[in-house]
Write a protein that binds this ligand. Structure first.
Ligand code: PXP
Length: 259
């Protein structure tokens, strides 16, 4: 079943900061003042090209996005800011002060290259409930980044967090193998279950310009958060063209963007 409504695109700009931090970790300016590449500048280009929101993950080890990036984004962007964060008291306080439109609770491991696996909401139900409640009080929507696992989705439904983000990483990794079909079926079942439980279904991780043809057919899909593939494509085409092409492939041809 195709989605009746256009799927929204959240552009994750973490890896613009990864590139910057690879060279300029120790300095706060270069001779041109702004340190390149500037994730905020690239985020604004993504918005101009039709991104419906910007996602950043402020990690505990600050390996890519810095607090100053988030502050400047909050001041200058025009769409929705989605803050990916660990479920820690420090990050909850930070989010409440920042006031993003949404937060996405993710697991965080120091040794991982990128977010690996979904959040175990079943194993820390009360903690997650407290965070959802605190965010609700501040008008911030909470999304739970979880595997398409029936038990996790059931708990997400009980917690009443209005959004989940299904982890598409295993599917993306299996795309060129004979596990692709079963991984995709698992995502579809998870999406149906979440929808029945009244949850809004987002998805992300490993979505690219090829697998989007299938990912976009996931039932009830509200929003995709895509980072790595768009940032990589932008190196050759520029950010605006990279975002427009993804929007077109998502089925949103004619996306206007911000004037
Ligand atoms: N959604 C979440 C919760 C993530 O942690 C990430 C990776 O930072 C993404 C989406 C985007 O994944 P990718 O960079 O593979 O598109």
């Amino acid at each position: 079943m195709m989605n009746a409504k256009p799927i929204l695109l959240g552009v994750n700009i973490d890896h613009v900061a990864t590139l910057r931090q690879a060279r300029y970790r120790q300095v706060d300016r270069t001779c041109g003042r702004t340190i390149e590449p500037d994730p905020v500048f690239l985020a604004l280009l993504a918005e101009r090209a039709g991104a419906d929101g910007i996602t950043v993950h402020l990690r505990e080890d600050r390996r890519h996005i810095q607090e100053d990036d988030v502050r400047r984004l909050r001041e200058s962007m025009a769409t929705r800011l989605n803050l990916e964060m660990a479920c820690t008291p420090e990050m909850v306080d930070y989010a409440l002060q920042l006031g993003p439109e949404s937060v996405c609770l993710v697991p965080e491991g120091r040794d991982e290259v990128t977010t690996e696996g979904g959040l175990d909401v079943a194993g820390q139900k009360e903690r997650v409930r407290e965070v959802i409640h605190a965010m609700q009080g501040a008008g911030i929507t909470t999304s739970l980044f979880i595997e398409a696992d029936l038990a996790q989705i059931e708990v997400a439904g009980e917690l009443g967090g209005p959004w989940i983000e299904l982890h598409t990483g295993s599917y993306a990794n299996a795309y060129h193998s004979d596990r692709r079909r079963s991984e995709f079926d698992r995502l579809c079942e998870g999406s149906e279950q979440a929808h029945r439980a009244g949850l809004t279904v987002n998805a992300g991780h490993g979505v690219n310009y090829v697998n989007i043809a299938e990912v976009r057919t996931l039932p009830h899909l509200h929003e995709l958060n895509i980072g790595h593939s768009i940032i990589c494509r932008s190196l050759s085409t520029g950010m605006e063209a990279a975002v427009r092409e993804m929007k077109t492939r998502m089925g949103g041809a004619g996306a206007g963007g911000i004037a």
